[in-house]
Design a protein around this ligand. Sequence first.
Ligand code: CP
Length: 316
Amino acid sequence: MQSNVSIAGRDVIQIADFDAEQIRLILNTAVELKSVLKRSIKKLPSLRGKAIVNLFFEPSTRTRSSFELAGKYLGADVISINAATSSVVKGESVRDTLLTIESMAVDAMIIRHKSEGVPQFAANTVKPIVINAGDGCHAHPSQALLDLLTISQFKAPLDDIKGLKVVILGDILHSRVARSDITILKMFGADIHLAAPPTLLPRFVDPSVTIHATVEDAVKDADVVIVLRLQLERMQAGLIPSEDEYSRYFGLDARKLKLAKPDALVMHPGPQNNGLEIAFDVNYSEQSAIRAQVNNGLAVRMALLLLTLSGEREVL
Ligand code: CP
């Protein structure tokens, strides 16, 4: 039976704008696209004739390169603009930058910015589809989708995520990933736990989430442990006593991980501060799904571009 669920023509600003069926559609499409990524010739004609611009006002390795490759593997023309080498450094405003790019007949803009709300502003300002690639501490929807895909790949299918114990550790306050992950995991019924120093917790946390004072308490019997990067660039002074102390009490090392289930999955959105929030041996252990997350990120971003720009479901 043909499903009428669609996200064709939709902007992707935050997870809360989508329902569970639309998220299932994105993840199922990503799973189909993963088989394309294993082929020697990965190029599909699905988005031939479409133009996509990556507009990154903040640094990125994973998100920017995977959106760029995702568009190229689907046959679109893709360019990436790094704000540091664009006319932004000459004083051009965000609005003028958006209007300039729009005037080049583009079909989609992928936007990352340090200020919350810039992708929504773009969606209100220009006609091309806008996909939020991370805005300040607000949202990172494609990261949440790839995290859910990774959990469904290694731990439980989407229908069985209900009750799975998922722990998020570290700098929750500055984390758009934590906010987006909590929204999507709650939608599928996961049992969500947080551990962070009180100075790195937001004032308001969803009441369904359990907060722990120690990592040891939080990770006990966990199915999944998501470690967050300590975002030193967004941090005002004095939020942690020292990096050494943070690492000792809130970093995930092999001793603390042993308290989780023996097959617990370790995830991290990257980039990792090795030896600070995550120990080297945990990062590279067999329990680590960090590289699988990157591969899933490519598939999820292909699915987002395919579904928003063409509405096509069939990819094979
Ligand atoms: N997870 C993530 O957004 O990584 P990048 O900053 O490298 O894109």
